[in-house]
Write a protein that binds this ligand. Structure first.
Ligand SMILES: Cc1cc2nc3c(=O)[nH]c(=O)nc-3n(C[C@H](O)[C@H](O)[C@H](O)COP(=O)(O)OP(=O)(O)OC[C@H]3O[C@@H](n4cnc5c(N)ncnc54)[C@H](O)[C@@H]3O)c2cc1C
Length: 1624
């Protein structure tokens, strides 16, 4: 492989080395850089070298005679003047580059960094910082250098206020310092805003800042939205610097914080390129958090990687200008190699806690950097990756024309804000010599050049495809955002504020990213049928891509090249060629690959199977007939036909067609799935064969459709058969047979030319025995068959595979050249090391050797110096593949080969002295024995260079069993030779994984699923979240449950992502991340299958189904809350770096705990679990109970929750948390004195949080089990569901009561925890003194120093959840009207704009809370909505900046995820009430209820316990007179406004909260269930069915016997409610 820029062979490229030679290149010489000459005459040389004469370009040859023959006037033979001028001036991109090169340095790159040598990176990243350091602006960079420390000590704003005012004009700050100045000042402005919102005090520091601090340069108050509220000593120079950089308004851009904010660790470490994450540091980090670091540096690295890209693009344009097709091909291949590398950067942002420095903790990032990076105002460009110039460059080069998606529109906006040099370059790409258009028109000769088209298509895939840069980014974002969304980030980027049907915003982001990918792909893939394809016009073409990018995964759409299967060869001594080499001709396709890549290939069915179907269905004369694509199943084939037409680039005006032969050859015939057999059965109806097969206990059934039809043929009457399979209308055929899916094979060869001519696969034929169900009854024959694709690629040479001549008559079929659809599939984690000196050890079993042939050919062929070791597990000498080739490498000293034969005593031993394999008789053995034998070498390879090892790369390829054997061998070797303990060995292994020096390509044959596997309930699943040490982790996917505990170490995305789906049905996530359609994932997962998920019972009534859905949904919320809480808690418990920096306590950890607890108690935890969602359940259950005439059984669950959350314990607990906020603000002096107390407090409250969520989950799980048991009984009494409904609602209601009690106990325990334990501290006297000081400050002191800002309605009601004040004692039950009024009030709250509006629609907060719009009038009080019918508000923000601004809100705001969950629950409640309006009216005792819920609100909203009006009134009084309220929270300083408002809202009213449900009441609950029998109203004489019903009731009652008992009471069977905290 050669350098993409220079085209030079390995070792000849520039001083920065080259990223694109994989492991094959050498460090380059310093004479050229990406082929561009250097030195003072570089430009001259370049121009001479690059440019041809005008004559050469425009008139290279004499016009052909045919053209001139009949010409009367030959003027037109001369080129037009404008063409001549364009070529005389040169390619526009080159001109822009040259200009930038010429004046960039001396102007301090004021127009933006853009150069031939350095692409989009600064030529010298130190230069601007050095220039700033030598100017008075040094004060800005100095404070930025102290930034993480100042933030950790809580002193950054003080430091900013102390800055002198430095003039930002050219007299003071030289041009060369501009880029550093803009970064520093932008960071200072943004951190000021961040601190204002997140200091635990929310603005208290204001007291220290005088109003003059905020005057603008004219001495007036600064009211511009970008800068209002930020001190003038930052803002004034910031505006000046920005103006000098051509920025119309002051802003910090994404490029500033990444591309302009790094320093190089080792400037001599240019291999493979300088700007690598691991060779860079952030010059001015904000929090010094790994997430922040990795995100920003990886953005810089992408541009470092793309350095040659601009020059290559300019060259492409020049080649087009010169009409040099071959030259253009060379440049395009180089560009592809550059783009191919981009996606690997994502490795360096990992959510895998074992990924060392690459671990980027999502929660910390979401709460820290993500909030910091809000733009200074909404009209500025958002700090989004979209701002990065590489996207604009690639989009423009690839001619993206569609910008209608959310991100598309944003991209257009952002382009206008790019530095001017970059805008000029973009315009130059667009202006002339358009590369894509040139290729589309057929290049120089006007005839399509397949190579150019193929490479261009591959660049598009590599950039915007599912498995390319954008696809990889999209999946990375999905996993990351899921965790971030649940753990505190308020907003997401794309489509901010929106969510899918179950409230998951990250899924919406996924779709938004997919939409922008589609816009890029459409011009290249837009020929598919539209989704609205009508039957009358089935072949209608559309320019829009009808499928989502992830739907292409695992389908033929991944195969975008036509290739030819040309040869099958033996590679061992096995006469049946069980494993063989298959050669595919890919010449002139434009396809490229690197070692480790795989080929996706569409198989063709074997002729013998086709023959059976043709015979059975009588299709022999119809093979070339076009199948009508109109009936059921046609859409799939239509899509397939379009795809083939597109790959073939056939005339778009000709409608694609599919013949009978196509369907038989390319359709799925085997193995038989249940759906396939059901289809045949539905055709034949009376077939006993299909019935017999349907009774199979394992699926799929081994055998083909041909077997089934042949077996059925003889037993189905002819007329039935003919009617089912009519030969006059074949529209049934597409329904009977669907298109096949491609299989994947590792590429087993390598090439050194520009493009490959052929590639090899190593294919092991899979064989299986045909199911006896398909054989004639009584047959004992054992029929073996080959797998569809492996049998097609590598058939047994001893058997006849020639097609019957009838099948191929009239075709140009040739057994020597079979056309196949193929595509390249690149694993993200299986590439050779970049360093050519790194040793490589390959471990393979069976066909696992396949990718390694590409490895050794590439490495040895390019003369690398690192050692190559191959460890092979082989059955016998006969099956030792590639032995001759291997032996040659061994004897030439280029490969060390170690082989273990598992079934052969004729062993071979590697002799390092004579470098050969020596015969030796030995016991058969497996690969782990071999590893132990070579233990010291293997250990040295695995151990990092830091620890004195060789730091080699280890690759394992083969089945999961092989992987496990190899790993156990390596672990044992490490233990035996290097580590003292097993844990030590594991540690070394974990480190090698984290450094990505162990890479896996592990695959499994899909597992046949047996029907008799156990069933696992959702509640059982929910208990396996693995969040406790040693716990098991299960996930549910499409009806199956998998124990993924052992899979975690090999999950490429790391454990956190899997843990995010632990304990729940993760089918949606699986579909969205395209795992379901990925045979690799699904077959691997098969190994971890442990049972089927109990399906939802088949309820007859919608009510029961509805309650079931809500209960399950609530259970899911509990589990998700628990798993994500555990992520945060784990970080707090385990990450000592979070707590201490250089021995000093850091506010980061305290801030994190404060934010976690604030969210948990005011947002994440309670409103999501105990607010609207719980209320939804409560409403539905209450309705069911009341509807059965038993209103006396309605306990006041919501009131009890309110009592618990407003109890003295709860208030005391929240105050303690408010004290934490004090530390965040004033930690520099205060916190260290209480260090031990804070840490102990953290440990205890975190444990209490986790335990509460576990308890709630268990209560809900128990309720679910009861529900399922009743459902089981009901199976036999389907007509009695209504009766059961009442009983089940009563039982479930009792679990809601238990939950309320758990909450109460939780607060009691939490209140017992205190931060202050002076006796535990290192300096008790100091701690006591500080404590005293704090108490002195307590009360009025703080209130006086605080700048009191009246609360706006917005901040008072930011938590979109209502906690209802109970008017009654908990001993009482409440009326249904009471429940209803609460629900109506909740729905109206949730549908009001303030609670649903996200992104740009959310009102600004007062004072320092929202972009400093302090002087804006407070928003008007929103009217109480006229209807409680849920009306979703438009949620999409107009701009990304809106979303980013919104996400910067304070710590206790609920997250998008939470708000979505709450809002969806409100919506469901509203629908529920609407559907049951008639019954509700009947049930309501109020005569005023009227006909609508509007009316109901008027009645209950004002007069009930707390309706919307009363809430609004109360809010008003809260805002206007904070000290006059009854809130206990206000009586104590240190609580922020929001906490105060929450306290107040929870209220001190209501009944006593300390008591618990009296036993008598509990008994009556249980009795209620028991009395179900008697409560069943019998209005007529008992009939048989009534007797039936009585038996049913009796059966039912058995399951509710202890449901109503109080948790913790004796005999309840439930775990006792803890009254005291337990210790960890
Ligand atoms: C990443 C990767 C790389 C690979 N590289 C290679 C390689 O280099 N060389 C190589 O030989 N193989 C390789 N494979 C395996 C290869 O892709 C095929 O899976 C294998 O050849 C079998 O395919 P087939 O069409 O021949 O068999 P199939 O016809 O698919 O059937 C094989 C067996 O699986 C059963 N089966 C099929 N579908 C299902 C299902 N949905 N559920 C349960 N059972 C099912 C069948 O009943 C049959 O018993 C690789 C696989 C992956 C995922």
């Amino acid at each position: 492989m050669s350098c993409p820029a220079t085209g030079m062979a390995a070792g000849l490229n520039g001083p920065r080395g080259c990223a694109f030679l994989g492991g094959m290149s050498h460090q380059s010489s310093s004479e050229t850089l990406y082929g561009a000459p250097q030195g003072p005459n570089a430009l001259q040389t370049l121009m001479e070298k690059e440019r041809k004469t005008l004559c050469e370009v425009l008139l290279p040859t004499a016009p052909p005679k045919e053209k001139t023959k009949n010409m009367a006037n030959a003027d037109s033979l001369n080129p037009p003047e404008l063409d001549v001028l364009a070529i005389a001036l040169g390619a526009p991109t080159r001109r822009v580059l040259e200009r930038a090169d010429r004046i960039g340095e001396e102007t301090g790159w004021r127009d933006g960094f853009l150069s031939t040598k350095h692409g989009l990176c600064p030529p010298d990243p130190n230069a601007p910082a050095a220039a700033l350091a030598h100017s008075p602006g040094r004060v800005w960079s100095d404070i930025c250098s102290r930034m993480p420390g100042l933030i950790a000590r809580g002193r950054i704003r003080e430091a900013i206020l102390e800055l002198p005012l430095i003039d930002g004009s050219a007299e003071t700050i030289p041009d060369k310092a501009l880029w550093a100045a803009v970064v520093c000042l932008g960071i200072l402005a943004s951190i000021w805003r961040y601190e204002e919102r997140n200091d635990g005090h929310e603005g208290i520091i204001k007291a220290r800042a005088r109003k003059e601090h905020f005057y603008n340069i004219h001495g007036e108050p600064d009211e511009e939205p970008e800068t209002v509220g930020i001190p003038r000593n930052v803002v004034i120079p910031f505006r000046q610097i920005c103006t000098r950089l051509g920025r119309p308004l002051p802003y910090l851009s994404q490029s500033d914080v990444s591309l302009h904010n790094y320093k190089i660790r080792d400037p001599t470490s240019t291999f493979p390129y300088l700007e690598r994450n691991e060779n860079m540091d952030l010059r001015w980090p904000i929090f010094n958090d790994y997430g922040e670091r990795n995100f920003l540096l990886c953005m810089a690295e992408v541009h470092g990687l793309f350095t040659p890209g601009l020059d290559i693009i300019a060259r492409c344009q020049e080649r087009v200008m010169e009409k040099d097709d071959d030259g253009l091909l060379v440049e395009l291949v180089k560009l592809k190699q550059v783009v191919d590398q981009l996606l690997y950067v994502f490795h360096k942002i990992s959510v895998n806690p074992h990924a060392g420095e690459n671990f980027s903790p999502p929660a910390s990032w979401g709460q820290g950097y993500a909030k910091f990076s809000a733009p200074l105002s909404k009209r500025l460009p958002a700090l989004s990756g979209l701002f990065l110039p590489i996207f604009q460059v690639m989009d423009t080069f690839l001619q993206r024309t569609n910008f209608t998606s959310f991100l598309g529109i944003e991209s257009r906006h952002l382009r206008a804000w790019m530095p001017l040099n970059i805008r000029a370059f973009l315009a130059a790409i667009e202006s002339e010599f358009d590369v894509v258009g040139y290729i589309r028109k057929g290049g120089r000769g006007g005839r399509r050049d397949e190579r150019l088209v193929g490479v261009l298509d591959a660049i598009v895939e590599s950039y915007a495809g599912e498995k390319g840069f954008m696809g990889t980014h999209r999946y990375k974002v999905y996993g990351f955002l899921e965790i971030v969304a649940k753990t505190g980030r308020v907003e997401t980027n794309g489509g901010a504020g929106a969510s899918d049907s179950i409230g998951r915003p990250w899924s919406e982001v996924h779709k938004t990213l997919a939409a922008s990918m589609k816009e890029r792909l459409e011009p290249y893939r837009g020929r598919g049928p539209t989704s609205t394809t009508s039957h009358s016009d089935p072949n209608a073409l559309s320019l829009s891509l009808s499928v989502q990018p992830h739907e292409m995964r695992g389908t033929y759409e991944e195969c975008r090249f036509w290739a030819k299967l040309v040869k099958r060869s033996s590679i061992d001594d096995d006469p049946h060629r069980t494993t063989g080499k298959v050669t595919i001709d890919v010449k002139n396709t434009g396809l490229t690959f690197i070692p480790g890549d795989r080929l996706a290939i569409m198989p063709l069915n074997c002729w013998k199977d086709i023959e059976k179907i043709v015979g059975a269905l009588g299709l022999v004369d119809l093979l070339d007939v076009n199948v009508p694509l109109t009936g059921d199943g046609a859409a799939k084939w239509l899509r397939y036909a379009h795809h083939e037409a597109e790959v073939s680039k056939s005339d778009p005006s000709i409608a694609p067609r599919v013949t009978v032969r196509d369907i038989l050859r390319k359709g799925k015939l085997a193995p038989l799935t249940k759906d396939m057999v059901m289809t045949v059965h539905s055709f034949l109806k009376i077939s006993s064969i299909t019935l017999r097969v349907l009774g199979s206990e394992a699926w799929p059934v081994n055998g083909s459709l041909g077997d089934l039809l042949v077996a059925a043929l003889n037993e189905v009457p002819e007329e039935v058969w003919d009617q089912a399979f009519s030969l006059n209308d074949l529209s049934w055929l597409p329904l009977l047979i669907a298109p096949e899916v491609p299989r994947t094979y590792s590429i087993s060869s390598f090439y050194f030319n520009l493009l490959p001519d052929t590639l090899d696969l190593t294919v092991a034929r899979s064989e299986h025995v045909v199911s006896p169900l398909l054989l004639p009854a009584g047959s004992t024959e054992r029929v073996t068959r080959s797998g569809v694709c492996s049998g097609f690629l590598n058939p047994d040479p001893t058997l006849d595979h020639e097609p019957n001549h009838h099948l191929i008559t009239g075709t140009n079929y040739s057994p020597d050249e079979v056309p196949v659809l193929v595509g390249i599939n690149r694993p993200l984690n299986f590439q050779l090391p970049i360093s050519t000196a790194a040793p490589v050890a390959m471990f393979a079993g069976g066909s696992g050797i396949a990718p390694f042939r590409g490895f050794w050919q590439a490495r040895i062929g390019s003369g690398v110096i690192g050692r190559n070791l191959l460890f092979l597990g082989v059955q016998s000498r006969q099956k030792f593949v590639y032995k001759h080739e291997l032996r040659d490498y061994v004897t030439s000293g280029k490969l060390e080969l170690h082989v273990a034969f598992s079934r052969d005593t004729n062993g071979l031993v590697y002799d390092p002295v004579c470098r050969d394999l020596v015969e030796k008789t030995m016991e058969p053995r497996y690969i782990d024995a071999l590893i132990l034998e070579q233990g010291p070498t293997v250990c040295d390879l695995l151990i990092s260079t830091k620890l004195g090892g060789l730091g080699g790369s280890v690759y394992i390829c083969g089945s999961v069993n092989l992987y496990e054997t190899v790993m156990s061998g390596i672990r044992e070797a490490l233990y035996r030779y290097r580590a003292v303990t097993k844990e030590g060995a594991d540690e070394l292994l974990a480190q090698a994984f984290a450094e990505r020096r162990i890479m896996l390509d592990v695959f499994m044959t899909p597992r046949v699923m047996k029907e008799d596997e156990p069933y696992i309930s959702l509640s059982e699943l929910s208990k396996h979240t693995g969040h406790r040490e040693g716990g098991k982790m299960w996930i549910g996917v499409h009806g199956s449950v998998y124990d993924v505990t052992d899979f975690l170490p090999i999950h490429p995305g790391g454990t956190l992502i899997v843990a995010g789906s632990a304990g729940i049905d993760a089918s949606d996530t699986f579909d969205e991340v395209a795992h379901t359609s990925n045979p690799e994932v699904m077959s691997l997962l098969g190994k971890y299958f442990i049972g089927y998920l109990t399906p939802k019972p088949n309820f007859q009534t919608t009510e029961l189904g509805d309650i079931y859905d809500s209960w399950v949904d609530y259970m899911r919320t509990c589990v998700e809350s628990l798993t994500t809480l555990s992520f945060e808690v784990d970080t707090l418990k385990r990450d000592s770096k979070l707590w201490f920096s250089d021995g000093l306590l850091s506010t980061h950890a305290i801030r994190k705990l404060y934010q976690l607890q604030s969210r948990f108690l005011t947002s994440t935890g309670f409103p999501i679990l105990f607010g609207t969602k719980l209320q939804e359940l409560y409403l539905k259950l209450s309705f069911s109970i009341a509807n059965s005439g038993d209103e006396s059984l309605l306990p006041d669950v919501m009131g009890r929750i309110t009592n618990a959350t407003s109890s003295p314990s709860a208030i005391a607990a929240r105050k303690e948390i408010a004290e934490l906020g004090e530390f965040v603000s004033n930690s520099a002096t205060a916190a260290p004195a209480f260090e031990r107390g804070i840490i102990a407090y953290t440990r205890n409250v975190c444990e209490l949080d986790v335990r509460l969520l576990e308890q709630i989950r268990d209560e809900i799980g128990e309720g679910y089990d009861k529900f399922m048991r009743v459902a089981e009984v009901m199976k036999n009494y389907p007509s009695k569901e209504r009766q059961a409904l009442h009983k089940i609602a009563t039982v479930l209601m009792s679990y809601l009561e238990r939950i309320a009690e758990r909450v109460d106990s939780f607060y009691v325990d939490l209140a017992a925890e205190s931060l202050y334990h002076p006796e535990r501290e290192a300096n008790p006297a100091r701690a006591r003194w500080r404590f005293l000081q704090r108490r002195l400050k307590d009360g009025s002191f703080f209130l006086l120093t605080k700048e009191m800002v009246p609360l706006s309605l917005e901040s008072r009601t930011s938590t979109p959840v209502q906690m209802f004040e109970s008017k009654r004692s908990k001993r009482q039950s409440v009326s249904f009207d009471h429940v209803l009024s609460q629900a109506i009030s909740s729905v109206s709250k949730s549908s009001s704009p303030r609670s649903t509006s996200r992104g740009g629609h959310r009102h600004n907060k007062p004072s320092s809370h929202a972009n400093g719009y302090r002087n804006e009038p407070l928003p008007p009080v929103p009217p109480i909505p006229a209807s409680a019918v849920y009306q979703p508000q438009p949620v999409r923000p107009l701009r990304l900046a809106d979303a980013h601004t919104a996400r910067a809100r304070g710590p206790s705001d609920s997250t998008t995820f939470e708000e979505q969950m709450i809002s969806k629950a409100a919506s469901r409640m509203s629908q529920f009430m609407n559907r049951r309006m008639k019954d509700i009216r009947r049930l309501s005792k109020s005569t005023d209820l009227g006909l609508s819920l509007d009316h109901a609100m008027a009645v209950y909203g004002g007069g009930g316990p707390r309706g919307p009006e009363s809430v609004a009134e109360s809010d008003e009084s809260e805002g206007s007179s904070p000290t006059s309220g009854s809130s206990i929270g206000m009586s104590r300083p240190g609580m922020n406004h929001r906490q105060m408002s929450v306290d107040h809202r929870y209220g001190s009213g209501g009944s006593s909260s300390s008591g618990s449900v009296p036993h008598s009441r509990q008994t009556s609950m249980a009795g209620g269930l028991e009395s179900g029998r008697t409560m069943t109203t019998m209005r007529r004489a008992p009939s048989r069915s009534d007797l039936h019903s009585a038996t049913f009731s009796r059966k039912l009652s058995v399951y509710g016997s202890n449901a109503g008992s109080r948790p913790g009471t004796p005999n309840s069977g439930a775990p006792p409610v803890p009254s005291k905290q337990s210790h960890w």
